[in-house]
Design a protein around this ligand. Structure first.
Ligand SMILES: [Zn+2]
Length: 467
């Protein structure tokens, strides 16, 4: 079993060096090729991988024209199973977002106690280390494992636009994929293995309402030229109830399966009002939802709209009395796990662009669309192995929970290998702040997930040999 001291000795230095590289995902770094940060980080991870103590393995960086690279580590089977297990992670990062707290910075990783702070350490830089240390530990202890392919991509935070092409190119090499573990998901606590039971889908795009070809003195023209902001509000009212936040477009509404309603109630009973834990609500702000269980469902199944950016709007300090020519809002819709994201996008386009208010020019562009995912029923060996893996690594039963975020490629990966058993897990727990400021990796939890992963790989090999 891997200990924290093992992790510190074998991985921490390289993990910290990785943390210092601003390898931001291509969507947020248009010059990523020239900047070379993704390449630098790929090289660092590949070098670390090559130094692993594994019997038979190969490290390769796959490159495809015009796409981000992927790291592919192929570890040959030490057991008699014939199937392949794929371990997925990513190494591209979100941008810093804003000012980090005193003493912390996005690209100067800092250890405080058993936590390390830095962009991309938990989402999802730890995955390369976890995957290969789990295999090293298995081989050291003589536990057989199947052929395992560790796949670390570099476009996840941009919606994985390059992953399908890489999977296509790797199809033959991957072989008969029978087990997949995604190491990029969340955890409700740090005391057990958390398995993701669902993820929400996502539809993002820019909505621009334009009323003038250039800005005009607001004293002269307001009251005659309509305000682009007001018309934007009217458009948003078509899709969201401004008083409740309820999404009004029928194809974005979904039935929540009974099992997921019951699971939310059980989680609330065991862990309390988990969605409010560490939520930095300003004094006096009332949370949405009537109780803990409803809030879990609201954050994992309800469709929602967040306006995540605005354009055409000056900062307050330089705002003159101008009727601005246009307003752009960056709309981010989360969808229920079972909603067809492309159908939802079509319905949103139709609702927002049909019959524009006051004849304004309405443009929608920059679409990012990703399906949600609902875990299929667990195969019996896997249900048993997950429980054992969590007890082995954490001394506690595994937990199962829906996630409010999205991992868009999961649905396509799952449909590419429909027969494969599938687990999504991760270290993104309370205060880990993925995508926010002060992103944090809880080291003991990374070690726990590594040990649990090793157990799962051993169990898969045993199951696959007997199948
Ligand atoms: Zn991630």
């Amino acid at each position: 079993m891997l200990t924290l001291a093992d992790f510190e000795r074998d991985a921490l230095e390289t993990l910290m060096a990785y943390g210092a590289i601003p390898c931001i995902s291509p969507t947020y770094d248009a010059d990523w090729v020239e900047n070379g940060h993704l390449e630098a980080a790929m090289g660092l991870l590949a070098d670390w991988a090559r130094a692993r103590r594994l019997a038979r393995f190969e490290v390769m960086i796959q490159r495809l024209e015009g796409r981000t690279p992927v790291l592919v580590v192929t570890v040959e089977a030490s057991g008699a199973s014939s199937g392949t297990a794929v371990l997925y992670g990513h190494m591209d990062k979100q941008p810093p977002l804003g000012d980090w707290s005193d003493g912390l910075a996005p690209f100067s990783p800092t250890r405080v106690g058993d936590r390390v702070y830095g962009r991309g350490l938990a989402d999802d830089g730890y995955s390369t280390f976890s995957a290969l240390l789990a295999l090293e530990d298995l081989e050291a202890s003589g536990t057989p494992h199947s052929r395992v392919i560790v796949l670390i991509e570099a476009s996840e935070e941009s919606g994985s636009p390059d992953l399908d092409a890489h999977l296509e190119a790797l199809a033959e090499h991957l072989g008969d994929v029978r087990f997949m573990v995604c190491l990029d998901s969340g955890a409700l606590t740090y005391d057990r293995l958390w398995v993701t039971s669902s993820l929400r889908g996502i539809v993002n795009f820019n909505l621009t309402v334009k009323v003038l070809s250039r800005g005009q003195h607001s004293g002269a023209v307001s009251g005659v030229a309509p305000s682009s902001f007001r018309l934007l509000r009217r458009l948003l009212d078509r899709v969201e109830d401004a008083s409740t936040g309820e999404i009004l477009v029928p194809s974005l509404r979904a039935e929540i399966p009974d099992a997921h309603v019951a699971a939310a109630a059980a989680t609330a009973a065991e862990f309390g009002d988990v969605t409010l834990t560490d939520l930095p609500l300003v004094d006096g702000v009332r949370p949405m939802g009537s109780d803990a269980a409803e809030r879990i469902l609201r954050s994992t199944w309800y469709p929602t709209l967040s306006v995540v950016g605005m354009g055409g709007v000056p900062e307050p300090a330089i705002a003159g009395n101008v009727l601005r020519p246009y307003t752009t809002a960056v709309l981010s819709f989360r969808l229920a796990p079972t909603t067809d994201a492309h159908e939802a996008a079509r319905a949103l386009v139709s609702a927002l662009s049909t019959d524009p208010p006051e004849g304004a020019s309405v443009e929608l562009d920059n679409f990012q669309i990703g399906d949600g995912w609902m875990a299929p029923p667990l195969q019996p060996w896997l249900a048993e192995a997950l429980g054992e893996a969590s007890s082995y690594a954490f001394g506690r039963e595994a937990g199962f929970t829906g996630e409010g975020g999205s991992i868009p490629f999961l649905a396509s990966l799952a449909s590419r290998y429909p027969r494969a058993a599938f687990v999504a897990t991760g270290v993104l727990g309370p205060d880990s702040n993925a995508h926010g400021i002060d992103e944090m990796l809880d080291l003991p939890s990374a070690v726990g997930v590594t040990n649990a992963l090793g157990h799962l790989l051993g169990a898969f090999c045993a199951e696959d040999e007997s199948a």
